[in-house]
Design a protein around this ligand. Structure first.
Ligand SMILES: *[C@@H]1O[C@H](CO)[C@@H](O)[C@H](O)[C@H]1NC(C)=O
Ligand SMILES: *[C@@H]1O[C@H](CO)[C@@H](O)[C@H](O)[C@H]1NC(C)=O
Ligand SMILES: *[C@@H]1O[C@H](CO)[C@@H](O)[C@H](O)[C@H]1NC(C)=O
Ligand SMILES: *[C@@H]1O[C@H](CO)[C@@H](O)[C@H](O)[C@H]1NC(C)=O
Ligand SMILES: *[C@@H]1O[C@H](CO)[C@@H](O)[C@H](O)[C@H]1NC(C)=O
Length: 522
């Protein structure tokens, strides 16, 4: 539409300036619509009718005005233009026909003809923005595919020779690949391929590979230590060290780990892995300050928690207790023994059956150490699991001194007797409670009766209304008015509460003995 208007306007302009209004119809411009650069191409401009005995001049222009070629035609019918195609020829072409004798007379202007110029791609190269080879995760990364030649180019990207497909994290914008939040997973060799085609032949240019390294920022390290004992020789006594480990879960090495004791730097080391160890002299059973790790690999410094540098030696008593699971037939099927030492920050547990060490895991048991609190031995109850169980605790760094738990005999019969006992105890407690409540109620009723009797002796006839229970309601009403009665009942309440208070220690004691007996069972 626009081009049509343009032509009309151009035609009208030319017509208006003409002194000889010869209008011979619109010339037709023909030729290829796609052309390869540096190749010769021919365009033709034809007039449908033409003036007799006149030489017609045909001119080829780009719409922005650049003159391309001209051709004179003796018969006035058509002009041909031979062009060696350049990239600048891309765009709209038009042909103008004039009289050669009077070149101000325009005979006609053609419609626009679009020419697309293909230049085969060449010289692809990856440019990185920002221009670095190493990045930290999270910094957006832009790779640009620069070419030295090529028009109408499309781009492909490969990482380690595998095509990269678009994803929320990988965006393709024309000649660029943008990685929004790069991580170490994006590491590798990148290359771009620039492509274009002409008449079924593909042109491509493969860039040299560029290595990209995205570094993971080091994560906050964990801090923990084990204890190392160095045996003294002759008069030199044993020495102990804390072997402190600072360990990050992620971070691209090299990482510099620093160990601080309080506010003071104890040591610093650059590691090629994600952890580092330090040897810190130690005095047992003494709090020697707080340890803390710092880690840095070029970005933010990561900090660990604080850890007290304190090693408490294992000490008794060693407690052994257990719980169990019951199967459908209320028989015990699994038993869990728990072993715990009264003291010790670095305990090491060993389990024994019939005095021989149990290697973990066994055919019917396994051990779960939950240091420093306790160790758990879980076993299934069956023929082979009968015997005497015991647990021993030593310091992990010094296995010469052991603290042992009581020995505990367990077999199918012994263990299955327990649930019956437990049921009996629980049932007993229940009965006892019912009795207790009944006794209390009974005592209450007796007291109420006594009280009721006294009050009626004061001349009240409320009891007439009914039995003692109803009387109590009236009594309350009466008490509001009568101080004396209030005092009396108050005393009685005190008495009643004294009685119940007296009863409490007994109950508590009885409960205690019950608990004790159950404790013994366990
Ligand atoms: C017309 O011809 C003259 C003389 O040959 C030339 O200078 C001029 O550029 C021509 N004009 C056009 C529009 O070709
Ligand atoms: C691409 O490379 C050419 C030189 O080959 C340079 O002139 C041009 O500025 C580069 N393009 C970009 C976007 O850097
Ligand atoms: C396009 O390719 C075909 C066959 O591949 C060939 O015959 C034809 O000449 C080519 N055209 C041009 C304009 O190169
Ligand atoms: C442990 O000793 C008891 C006898 O004291 C025996 O019945 C049991 O089979 C022994 N257990 C093992 C696993 O040897
Ligand atoms: C004590 O530790 C030493 C060295 O770690 C080891 O060789 C030895 O078997 C251990 N002894 C016991 C009883 O665990």
């Amino acid at each position: 539409m626009f081009s049509f208007l343009f032509v009309v306007i151009v035609a009208v302009c030319y017509c208006s300036e003409e002194n000889n209004p010869v209008f011979l119809g619109q010339p037709q411009l023909s030729g290829p619509s796609v052309a390869l650069v540096k190749k010769p191409e021919t365009f033709k401009c034809e007039l449908p009718t033409y003036p007799q005995n006149e030489i017609v001049l045909f001119q080829l222009f780009m719409t922005h005005g650049a003159w391309l070629s001209e051709s004179s035609s003796l018969d006035g019918k058509a002009g041909t233009f031979s062009l060696v195609i350049k990239t600048s020829h891309e765009g709209n072409l038009k042909c103008v026909a004039r009289l050669q004798s009077d070149n101000s007379t325009v005979l006609g202007v053609s419609k626009l003809h679009y020419l697309k110029v293909i230049e085969p791609v060449a010289g692809a190269k990856v440019l990185i923005q920002p221009d670095e080879k190493e990045f930290f995760e999270g910094t957006p990364l832009k790779l640009l595919c620069n070419i030295t030649a090529g028009t109408h180019v499309s781009y492909k990207w490969v990482l380690d020779e595998i095509n990269i497909s678009p994803s929320p994290n990988h965006k393709f914008i024309h000649d660029s690949l943008i990685i929004k939040r790069p991580t170490s997973k994006d590491n590798g060799y990148y290359a771009c391929i620039a492509l274009n085609n002409y008449n079924d032949s593909e042109y491509n240019s493969y860039s040299p590979e560029v290595k990209i390294t995205v570094k993971d920022v080091v994560s906050n390290p964990e801090i923990f230590f084990s204890v190392l004992k160095v045996k003294g020789v002759k008069e030199v006594s044993d020495e102990h060290f804390a072997v402190v480990t600072c360990q990050s879960t992620k971070g691209t090495p090299p990482i510099t780990f620093s160990l601080y004791k309080g506010d003071d730097l104890f040591a610093s080391v650059t590691s090629e892995v994600t952890d580092a160890t330090f040897k810190v002299p130690l005095v047992l059973d003494q709090h020697m300050g707080w340890l803390r790790c710092r880690a840095n690999n070029g970005k933010e410094t990561a900090h660990s928690q604080q850890l007290p540098l304190e090693v408490v030696r294992v000490n008794g008593p060693v407690m052994l207790h257990y719980d169990y699971d019951m199967g459908e037939d209320h028989a015990v099927i699994r038993v869990r023994y728990y072993c715990r030492a009264a003291k010790g920050s670095h305990p090491q547990y060993q389990w024994f059956l019939n005095s021989s060490l149990m290697r973990d895991p066994g055919s019917f048991y396994y051990v779960v150490n939950q240091p420093p609190e306790q160790s758990m031995l879980e076993l299934s109850v069956r023929e082979g699991s009968a015997g005497t169980y015991q647990c021993k605790v030593s310091d992990s760094f010094d296995n010469i001194t052991f603290f042992s738990s009581k020995e505990q005999y367990m077999d199918k019969e012994v263990i299955n007797r327990l649930p019956v006992l437990v049921v009996a105890v629980v049932f007993g407690c229940f009965i006892f409670l019912i009795l207790l409540v009944s006794v209390c109620c009974w005592i209450g009723v007796v007291f109420r009766r006594q009280q009721f009797g006294e009050i009626s002796m004061l001349g009240l006839d409320t009891w007439k209304r009914g039995p003692a229970y109803e009387g109590e309601l009236d009594l309350l009403g009466y008490n509001e008015d009568d101080d004396l009665a209030k005092r009396v009942t108050g005393d009685e309440f005190d008495q009643a509460s004294e009685v119940s208070l007296d009863e409490w220690p007994q109950i508590v004691e009885e409960k205690k003995t019950l608990e004790n007996s159950s404790v013994e069972f366990f």
